[in-house]
Design a protein around this ligand. Structure first.
Ligand code: OAD
Length: 241
């Protein structure tokens, strides 16, 4: 039996599925991944844009960067990988999608209850008075946005380097992985923790791990089946009845 057939068979005979996605799932929607040669951070040093210190120093620069990402994400459309994951969800009572992506493309493809463990481009927060709001307007009327209650500069609800993950969201991801019979890992280099740690956790819990990625990731050796190909091509085949 080939790997794809084996993965399909395991999925068909399982009751509980968790899926983890990274930037690679949105690559075919035209959104750059982080660690590719032409990746998102090129021309932007990470410490210039994605840390609380950078934001304190120069909120305008940080907002320019996230405004660019908001515009790119708004102009992008979900690809067949996002659609396949949304279709897969409809087959299971116990299904959890954990994403490291902040672009919202999974929800636009129809996924529900998505655990956005690295936050979202579409939520803007005020850390002074603790308010947060959904905001999908692109471009924003003025940058940086200010809190309508207290006037402080707001920030995107994104997990920056050196910050902790939203604890409740991440814990729900951990629980879903612990319950899962199958864990599908799509388009992540598996280098950023704690999320990458979900893969060894799944392994310890006896989940059958399917990796979908055109290249090997840092944790490919933990997968039971490695489906080497683009998510937008492999996932429709994996999910097809
Ligand atoms: P990376 O950029 O590190 O990895 C992208 C992965 O996608 C690589 O393994 C590629 O081989 C793979 N890939 C590329 N094209 C693909 C395709 N068409 N189909 C499937 N896979 C493809 O992105 P992440 O692992 O998501 O954190 O990075 C994790 C975190 O690092 C991000 O969430 C971000 C960053 O720091 C925050 O912003 C907090």
């Amino acid at each position: 039996m080939n790997s794809l057939a084996q993965a399909k068979e395991v999925l068909a005979s399982s009751q509980s599925v968790a899926v983890l996605t990274g930037a690679g799932v949105s690559a075919e929607s035209g959104l750059a991944t982080f660690r590719a040669v032409d990746g998102l951070w090129e021309g932007h040093r990470v410490e210039d844009v994605a840390t609380p210190e950078a934001f304190a120093r120069n909120p305008g620069l940080v907002w320019e960067f996230y405004e660019m990402r908001r515009i790119q994400a708004a102009e992008a459309s979900p690809n067949p990988a996002h659609v396949s994951i949304a279709n897969l969800q409809r087959r299971y009572e116990d299904f959890t999608l954990i994403t490291q992506n902040v672009d919202g493309l999974h929800q636009r493809a129809g996924s529900t209850g998505v655990l956005e463990v690295h936050g979202s481009l579409w939520i803007i927060e005020c850390r002074r008075c603790g308010t947060s709001r959904e905001d999908r307007q692109v471009p924003q009327p003025s940058l940086p946005p200010k809190c309508s209650s207290c006037g402080a500069v707001e920030r995107p609800a994104i997990v920056w380097f050196g910050e902790g993950l939203p604890e409740d969201v991440y814990l729900r991801g951990v629980e879903a992985v612990e319950r899962s019979a199958v864990f599908v890992v799509v388009g992540t280099s598996a280098q950023v923790y704690p999320v990458a740690g979900l893969i060894p956790l799944a392994r310890r819990n006896g989940s059958f791990i399917i990796e979908v990625n055109p290249e090997a990731s840092a944790l490919s050796h933990m997968a039971h089946v490695e489906l080497r190909g683009k998510a937008g091509e492999v996932l429709p085949q994996l999910v097809a009845p």
